[in-house]
Design a protein around this ligand. Sequence first.
Ligand code: BEZ
Ligand code: FE
Length: 295
Amino acid sequence: METPDTAAEAALTEQVVARLAGTPDPRLKTLMQALVRHLHAYVREVEPTEEEWFAAIRFLTDTGKMCDGLVRQEFILLSDTLGVSMLVDAINHRHASSATDTTVFGPFYIPGMPDRAFGENMAATAGTPALVHGRVCSADGTPLRDAVLDIWQTAENGMYSGQDTAQPHGNLRGRYRTDADGYYAIRTIVPVCYPIPSDGPVGRMLAATNRHPWRPAHLHFMIDAPGHRTLVTHLFNQGDPYLDSDAVFGVKPSLQVAYEERDAGHPLASRFGFDGPFREARYDFVLEPRVLAPR
Ligand code: BEZ
Ligand code: FE
């Protein structure tokens, strides 16, 4: 039932929305007016006390203070753990084509990592040796030569190089290229599951909501080929215990691979320099052609 108080609250929302009506950029106007409507609707729904509202502001302030620009990006963690990153990803990759599914970018990518030869080992730290290989093709099946695969994964201690300063520069990171037939090959170690950083406000939010911080084991890919949309995705280890409860909601069934056991006598062992048992994962990526905007 509308009372004089609730009528004044509704009028306040409309007053703020009207104040934004003169925003020159039409997209910014849409974004700002919708933001105000939804924020006000949230406040109307939960009716926070003034203490609760100041606690929310303190939480966002702490989140900003936790960011250091390069290695720690607490706002990305917040967006990821609230499922917003995956929602933005889904909205921007609605496609009926056969292109490989996308997933979250995450906060641990570092540009400018070493260029690596076909099959080069990117692991300078211990782990179960592995070969990850396959093809990169366009949606019509044409193999893509010279596609660049920028890769990153954690060491066995669950930390990325850069995040963990004890690891050598470029450890478990690198830029590989496909050969003339669209094949890529990466020598590495089998990825492990790891917890996202939980020593900041996002960790406090996870603990207060009875959630764990773990991500299932995965290898990150950002793949670029001329004339195609950049593909940002992961390959998740089949059978990982956290596939159904990823802290950042990034798992898709199409992105799971098995790391099969191989022995030193396997033909791939001599080709890629394994002198003992190793694991093999095979995965073919499909990139979506970039649609040119009509002139
Ligand atoms: C990652 O996989 O690197 C990651 C993704 C989202 C949040 C934290 C880490
Ligand atoms: Fe990761």
